[in-house]
Design a protein around this ligand. Structure first.
Ligand SMILES: *Cc1c(COP(=O)(O)O)cnc(C)c1O
Length: 245
């Protein structure tokens, strides 16, 4: 009876290996096109919809995982503590305390209130979390994240927390479109915004490198890389071809 499990285990592993190789090839081509080195682009495997059994298999091949629900991140982190667990989804202030000790980079800091809460809890727990500020580049009302003007207005307040929170850069989501080219303006906008802050280096806390740009998902990660992404968050393309048992 174990035979069956073994066979399907191997089939899952094979599919994951093939998908991962294909994504990595596409990352490399996008890097070549934009004269970047592929070492500067990190793949976060988004496991939010993945069966636990797939995640276990994937952990043999890859170590950077992303979850969008804090609760699921904590549960899975306990099962696979040696992996780096990125939090990419909305974080409510009342969940900060329970998730902070278990997550690596937090991509989705989308408000000043959340940022301040993170700073308070981090100080209390003696942690120094690394975060990305989520930016709503288009400024659409329906989207979460800081607007560019909010960041500019609140920069001094944000920077005042540099002892407890380290801002590594920014994250954004492009509007879901069929054509990945539609996302280019959003990604370029994020990079240009980051570059404009770097030009005022004297106003940045010395420890805030702002070197990370988390942008691009299954449908548009190549365009994101061409526009400067250092972290791409890929879910569905990675688990393509697998069906839930
Ligand atoms: C789900 C999700 C992804 C991955 O999306 P895919 O299209 O499945 O690759 C990336 N980023 C965030 C914030 C997500 O919620």
């Amino acid at each position: 009876m174990d035979d069956h499990t073994t066979t399907s285990d191997e089939a899952v592993l094979k599919t994951l290996r093939r998908n991962l190789a294909s994504i990595q090839e596409r990352i490399e081509s996008a890097c070549e096109r934009s004269e970047r080195v592929s070492e500067d682009v990190h793949l976060v495997a988004v496991t939010k919809y993945a069966d636990w059994s797939w995640v276990q298999r994937l952990a043999k091949l890859h170590h950077q995982f992303g979850e969008n629900r804090p609760q699921q991140l904590v549960e899975r982190q306990h099962q696979l503590p040696q992996m780096h667990w990125h939090l990419i989804g909305q974080l409510q202030r009342n969940k900060v305390r329970s998730v902070l000790p278990y997550c690596g980079l937090i991509h989705s800091v989308d408000s000043l209130k959340l940022f301040q809460k993170l700073s308070d809890v981090a100080t209390e727990l003696n942690l120094k979390p690394e975060v990305l500020l989520q930016i709503n580049i288009s400024g659409e009302q329906s989207k979460s994240g800081f607007t560019v003007s909010e960041i500019k207005e609140r920069w001094t307040v944000l920077a005042g927390h540099h002892q407890s929170v380290s801002v590594r850069g920014f994250m954004t989501m492009a509007p879901a479109e069929q054509d990945p080219e539609q996302a280019r303006a959003t990604f370029r906008g994020l990079r240009e915004f980051r570059d404009s802050l770097l030009q005022r280096r004297d106003q940045l806390p010395a420890t805030w490198s702002l070197d990370q740009l988390s942008m691009g998902m299954s449908g548009d990660f190549e365009v994101a890389i061409e526009e400067g992404a250092t972290i791409v968050r890929v879910g569905s393309a990675l688990f393509n071809g697998l069906t839930r048992s």
